[in-house]
Design a binder for this molecule. Structure first.
Ligand code: PHE
Length: 449
């Protein structure tokens, strides 16, 4: 899935949006570990329980914990508004506020705690303040403008982003909180974890909700004296900027060793509007290089806009699902959202152990083909199907596409894999769902064949 890493258009070069248009996918997408059974994780909407963010397991001496109650976030009505720009479907609103990252015995929470533990024990004399319960609704200013993401950037488009109103949205990355924490001046270093949302296809490694952890560190003014007032290339060429980049890299290499043991790593340059220079880190896992994070030296304009123009520092962002899928050998990203005891019962606070797959029920496959209009948005189709069938859709893939020159029309054919995690589906019930989809999909301007 990796395309070029030097794409000037890239906002979240790692992973956004939907991997197709930008460079790499580290902060969200995950290959299935080898030899494991793929299955879907049903999201039980009735169990969107409030999370207990107070249960954070990081209580080390050199981290300061900041949580607010996140239970108010588990209220779908917060995300469903009658605003004309609102494009949050109920099945997404039902995911918000689950707080997987603060559950001490959930793989996402276990990985988060392990990362915090690493930073708590670093001997860099820095206290990393912990934020893990910020409001997942942020403004376009927080998510984009404060980070120099241009107004016409495709990542802002409603085909990629869930808008609550025209100016508020479900955060697409935890970087959306960088500027407010910098501006508040509460901490010179912090870690910020949370659930993030991006409209996308759904399969074993893509899910429209996932988790990120952001890290930021500002350096003492005295250490940066030599570069005072430098901007642009003069700044990035300075030994001070290089020292920050070196510190960033060694800190993150140490983090990978903490998580995975000694692993092979490699760095490449990347592009984010909010850091320069920017890098991506890959680790070697089972013979393959996997991108695990994006990072860089914070752009001076981002610091200026946060009233911290007198300071310099680094930032990184990583995807917790990807790390957890590798560490626990969890084959399907949807499993993280299940409340099935066969899944959640396998994990204990502080322990990394291999997931043992449990039996799966048989799939039912259905194809649907239609002529698409010019303004066809694939994510709208994926989302419509999920709105009808929910999480018993395990996978949707486009299996055929052709253009009829005479008609000047393009046809797409999708195969939908239906599978329940807790029972066998009957052909009749799946037919009924598929029939409903065939009718409703015409609202997208397509012509079913
Ligand atoms: N926000 C970026 C993403 O979602 C990751 C990132 C964070 C990159 C901080 C640089 C600095 O892909």
């Amino acid at each position: 899935m990796k395309i070029s890493t030097f794409v000037a258009i890239s906002m979240f070069a790692l992973s956004f949006p939907a991997c197709h248009s930008f460079s790499s996918c580290a902060t969200r997408h995950v290959p299935a570990p080898r030899g494991v059974v793929l299955r879907s994780a049903a999201v039980d909407e009735s169990s969107s329980s409030p999370s207990s963010s107070s249960s954070s397991s990081s209580s080390s001496s050199s981290t300061a914990l900041t949580t607010t109650t996140s239970s108010i976030y588990a209220d779908p009505s917060r995300y469903l508004s009658s605003h004309p720009s609102n494009n949050v479907p109920p099945h997404i609103a039902a995911l918000v506020g689950r707080g997987l990252h603060v559950r001490p015995d959930h793989p996402i929470g276990i990985v988060r705690a392990k990362i915090q533990e690493y930073f708590a024990n670093l001997d860099d004399g820095v206290t990393y303040r912990i934020y893990d319960a910020e409001d997942p609704i942020v403004t376009t200013t927080q998510c984009f403008d404060d980070l120099r993401i241009p107004p016409d950037h495709p990542g802002r488009s409603p085909s990629d982003t869930y808008y609550v109103t025209d100016t508020t949205l479900l955060r697409t990355h935890t970087s959306a909180h960088q500027s407010e924490h910098l501006r508040s001046g509460d901490a010179d270093a912090f870690l910020c974890a949370g659930d993030v949302y991006r409209r996308d296809e759904i399969d074993s490694s893509h899910y429209p909700a996932f988790h990120q952890l952001e890290g930021v560190k500002l350096f003492p003014v005295e250490q940066m004296r030599g570069a005072e007032g430098l901007r642009g290339d003069e700044w990035t060429d300075s030994s001070e900027c290089k020292a920050i980049a070196a510190d960033l890299k060694s800190t993150l290499e140490g983090l990978m060793d903490h998580l995975f043991g000694e692993t092979e790593k490699r760095w490449s340059e990347d592009y984010f509007p909010f850091t320069t220079p920017s890098y991506e880190l890959e680790i070697k896992y089972e013979g393959r290089w996997l991108e695990v994070l994006g990072c860089g030296v914070i752009h001076e304009e981002v610091l200026d806009m946060s009233s911290r123009g007198d300071r310099r520092g680094w930032a990184f962002g990583l995807g917790l699902e990807r790390l957890a899928m590798i560490l626990f050998e969890i084959p399907d990203i949807r499993l993280f959202w299940t409340d099935d005891a066969r899944f959640v019962g396998q994990f204990k606070e502080g322990k990394i152990r291999k997931f043992v797959p449990y039996s799966k029920y048989p799939p039912v496959y259905k194809d649907i083909a239609f002529w698409i209009p010019e303004n066809y948005i694939e994510n709208d189709f994926y989302e419509m199907a999920r709105g009808i069938a929910g999480d018993i859709i395990e996978r949707m893939e486009m299996i055929d596409e052709f253009t009829n020159a005479k008609k000047g029309k393009t046809s797409k054919c999708y195969r939908i894999t239906y599978r329940s995690m807790d029972r066998s589906l009957t052909n009749e019930e799946v037919d009924a769902l598929q029939d409903e989809l065939r009718v409703k999909v015409e609202n997208l301007g397509v012509e079913v064949r």
